[in-house]
Design a binder for this molecule. Structure first.
Ligand SMILES: *Cc1c(COP(=O)(O)O)cnc(C)c1O
Length: 517
């Protein structure tokens, strides 16, 4: 953490990391380690900034912020969003449920995703949420279901526009080299232009169905505002084409999805892991140096390793306000060009990481340090969390900004891998600069509010950590830590493996005491 920003839930107070008004070590003392900490205040600030920024730019009609539930579906968090008047982007029956229980107005719930089963579609319609058509299978199910229901189904057509103007490398491309428009076209979400038109024509014939607009979501391929401008131009072009093919259909709602980056975005091309050329040279050098003997080889490798260093995202992404201005300006300009008058149209957006990311911190405690000096020099700092509790972005090679929460003013004096507690390599931070750390110190992963807690697993039969919500100088548990009973809750023993015939003894054979089924 380099500097304290305004409008940030984290701050440096005399060398100690505070999350809003709470010192990180006090939180750990009260709630245990490791710990997910979410800032209610930051979530509210983010929502309000999105609303203000897009309302300022979208002069044609209303704006609705509908945060992606998948990024953080903790019930208390969904309550905060409902309290802010947000809608919700939901992907599953479970997310629909949590949004409804939290009190989100169903008219602003956007039921997205492929595939959707019949029950999920039925419930979506019955509660009055918006159904996003994202496959011809959705159309078939709707043809079967809608006429049998007493409720009108409000649907939107999800388009997958070709962002042909934007060919910069996508952050999602496996080797970081594939152009954005291509990665976006190959993504499973959305329908190609021919399919959307077919879906639209069929859906419009179904009794009890009203088509209310369009949906598109490409995700965070690139953090630039240029990417958003290109998306909006492509989207408007396709909306124009579909409307023409649907005999002058006019949308009431245009949903632009999510994918806005956050300033210290951990999933970002600006994140620097280590020089690929350097790593590549290790391989070729090793082949050559093998013949000179292990000693010489390790000496050369040792020198090279001193050059490798992991740097979290150092260049801030555009602000919410910049995204708002660029996106709304482009859409307002592009829609009329393609024959669509935006007057009265509701603009909907579904930020996920940009609402939750910088509202969360993951805290963990140093458990051991290892300092290797031969045959090569390398340091390991082991902490009590795991990549299995920070998996929401592992596939995208995230690298969170980090700090030693009780030594913010201590200068970095060493380079180390910060590793987790599972039996995997569990390399949470690779080759990062650290102050001299001791057992008991706290490592903080910043911007861990989106996708992390909600994707934690029980690898190594590890009970998952607790999550707390902070507002001002108050904190409360919003998801308790698991215990071993929780870990084994779903286990069942088939009859033939029960070691005895009395039920009491059989119960004892289960991994935990007091296990109830
Ligand atoms: C994942 C998702 C979002 C949120 O994406 P972020 O990159 O977190 O902003 C929004 N809409 C849909 C349909 C999604 O699948």
């Amino acid at each position: 953490m380099n500097e304290t920003r305004i409008d940030d839930c984290v701050s440096n107070r005399d060398g100690v990391l505070f999350i809003e008004g709470m010192a990180s070590h006090d939180l750990i003392a009260r709630f245990g380690s490791p710990l997910f900490v979410f800032s209610e205040d930051q979530i509210r600030r983010n929502v309000r900034r999105f609303r203000d920024a897009f309302e300022k730019g979208w002069t044609a009609g209303p704006v609705k912020v509908m945060p992606a539930a998948k990024a953080n579906w903790v019930f208390a968090i969904q309550r905060v969003l409902a309290d802010e008047g947000c809608g919700a982007d939901i992907y599953s029956a479970g997310e629909l449920d949590v949004a409804l229980r939290a009190g989100v107005d169903p008219r602003f719930i956007s039921a997205n995703g492929v595939p959707k089963d019949k029950e999920h579609i039925r419930r979506t319609i019955e509660v009055g949420a918006r159904l996003t058509i994202d496959s011809l299978r959705d159309v078939e199910l709707l043809e079967e279901l809608a006429p049998t229901l007493s409720k009108t189904a409000y649907v939107r057509l999800r388009i997958r526009p070709a962002i042909s103007e934007f060919v910069k490398k996508s952050d999602f491309s496996p080797d970081g080299m594939v152009p954005t428009d291509l990665v976006a076209l190959l993504y499973k979400g959305g329908l190609s232009i021919g399919e959307v038109i077919e879906a639209g024509k069929r859906v419009m014939k179904i009794p009890n169905v009203e088509v209310v607009g369009f949906h598109a979501h490409h995700g965070r391929h690139h953090r630039s505002t240029l990417y958003w401008e290109a998306q909006m131009h492509a989207y408007a072009r396709d909306i124009g084409r579909v409307c023409e093919a649907l005999d002058g259909f006019r949308p009431q709602e245009i949903n632009i999805g999510g994918g806005f980056a956050i300033p210290r975005d951990p999933h970002n091309a600006a994140t620097h892991y280590s020089d690929p050329l350097l790593l590549g040279s290790l391989h070729w050098l090793s082949l050559g140096l093998k013949y000179l003997g292990a000693k010489v080889r390790y000496r050369v490798i040792d020198k090279l390793l001193t050059l490798i260093e992991g740097h979290p995202n150092a260049i801030a992404a555009p602000s919410i306000e910049q995204y708002g201005a660029a996106t709304t300006t482009a859409l307002l300009e592009a829609l009329p060009k393609h024959g669509i008058d935006p007057t009265g149209v509701t603009l909907q957006l579904e930020p996920g990481r940009a609402i939750h990311g910088n509202a969360g911190v993951h805290l963990a405690t140093v458990q051991a340090t290892k300092k290797m000096t031969a045959p090569i020099t390398w340091n390991l700092v082991t902490i009590d969390t795991s990549e299995f509790w920070m998996t929401g972005g592992r596939f995208e090679h995230h690298l969170h900004d980090y700090c030693v929460a009780n030594r913010l003013n201590a200068p970095p004096v060493m380079k180390a891998d910060v590793v987790g507690r599972s039996c995997y390599g569990d390399r949470l931070l690779g080759a990062v600069r650290l102050p001299d750390v001791e057992i008991g110190d706290l490592v903080a992963f910043l911007d861990a509010g989106a996708y992390q807690e909600v994707s934690a697993s029980n690898f190594n039969a590890m009970p998952r950590p607790a999550a707390v919500l902070v507002t001002g100088n108050r904190a409360a548990v919003v998801r308790r830590a698991e215990n071993l009973d929780d870990v084994f809750r779903r286990d069942e023993l088939p009859e033939h493996l029960v070691p005895s015939d009395t039920p009491e003894q059989a119960a004892e054979a289960m991994p935990t005491v007091g296990h109830s089924r």
